[in-house]
Design a protein around this ligand. Sequence first.
Ligand SMILES: [Zn+2]
Length: 434
Amino acid sequence: LSGPPYELAVRGGRFLTCGPDVPEGSTLLVRRGLIGGFAKPGEIFQAKRTIDASHRIVMPGLVNAHTHAAMSLFRGLADDLPLSAWLGRIWPAEAAAVSPEMVYWCSLLSCCEMLLSGTTLFGDSYFFEEEVARAAERAGVRAVCGQGVIDLAAPDAPAGQGLKRLRSYLENFSASALTRPAVFCHSVYGCSPETLAKAWELAGQFGRKFFIHLAETAAEVRECVRRRGVTPLRLLERLGLLSESCVLVHAVHLEKGETRLAAERGVAAVHCPESNMKLAAGIAPLGLLRRAGVRLALGSDSAASNNDLDMFREMGTAARLHRLAAPVDAAPGAAEIFWLATGAGAEVLGFECGVLEPGRLADLVILEPNQPHLWPEGPGAEQLVFCGRGADVRTVVVGGEVVVEERRLTRVDAAEVMARVRELAREAGLGGKG
Ligand SMILES: [Zn+2]
């Protein structure tokens, strides 16, 4: 613990590290944005700044592995509709409202919501993704920014120009400590096999991850079999797309053989239970996926299909849902669900965070457990999965920087962002009262 002073010290409290245990009352030390080590209670160290988190819980920042941050504008639009009818409302609204300015401000709103509920890294998939990156940089949250590709006209590319747009996006994106580019093909019904193969090639050429909504509904699988002769997953296999950089979002309607194939190819899958419930898509076979060995993460999907980005709620839903979906003894336990939203999610998105241990990124959350709904204090992560709320988050650190301090965002004026988004909603004829 010698050398120059540490940038930041976080004195616990109880540490939920998701890795090796750390004694209560230890102090987490940050140097150059990384966790430099832990000082034992009473051990001497020097730090420029110390946060007192005694009587609190210190845990890794949460990872939301799939969202469309800009869609916060459409929160509350077309609630109560299943996926196909919901898309029938959302797509025209997007055609009318999506612009670089809209993506920036509405993504910034989501960044505020995510940080205030303990998310420090998210996987995004939308259009004008440079603007998502700009919003993430401004708020101080990490993001993998997946530029959307569809065959029809997109808000940022005319029909048939999506790949050209993707190439220039990948060429011009300047990755930073916080943000990285990625490729997002909407789905096997939104992209032709040729488009999928070419987008995949570009992802490989630039060394980026490839995201796709896959097997979200039974209708998608039926339609793919009718048009292409194979299921969506087997279509990707036929095109040579299944590998470690491929991230399947939803993966609801997969058979046992498909889960094994996905595991063999090293593919990852993002489970979005609240979106799947809200849009009546079905229940993902989490038991099959984990037994097959598919790398898993947890995501909220957009604020239009959830309708919040609170990963505590998402974890609670996942933990409860799978007790109905599978035999209780095959359902993942709450501790495993917590892992999906921390270390496992970080691994799927390719960032060295999600675990509080030396050498990892100093991305952490300080939570207030001394509240009636969390009392008496439970010993592990289970309590937070079943009873925790985003609003329990007090302070958030990303890369050693305090970006939320006692529930106040340090880099962004949330009231200004909300006012801008209300104006955008009014301009788009989406209500925006108040
Ligand atoms: Zn999605």
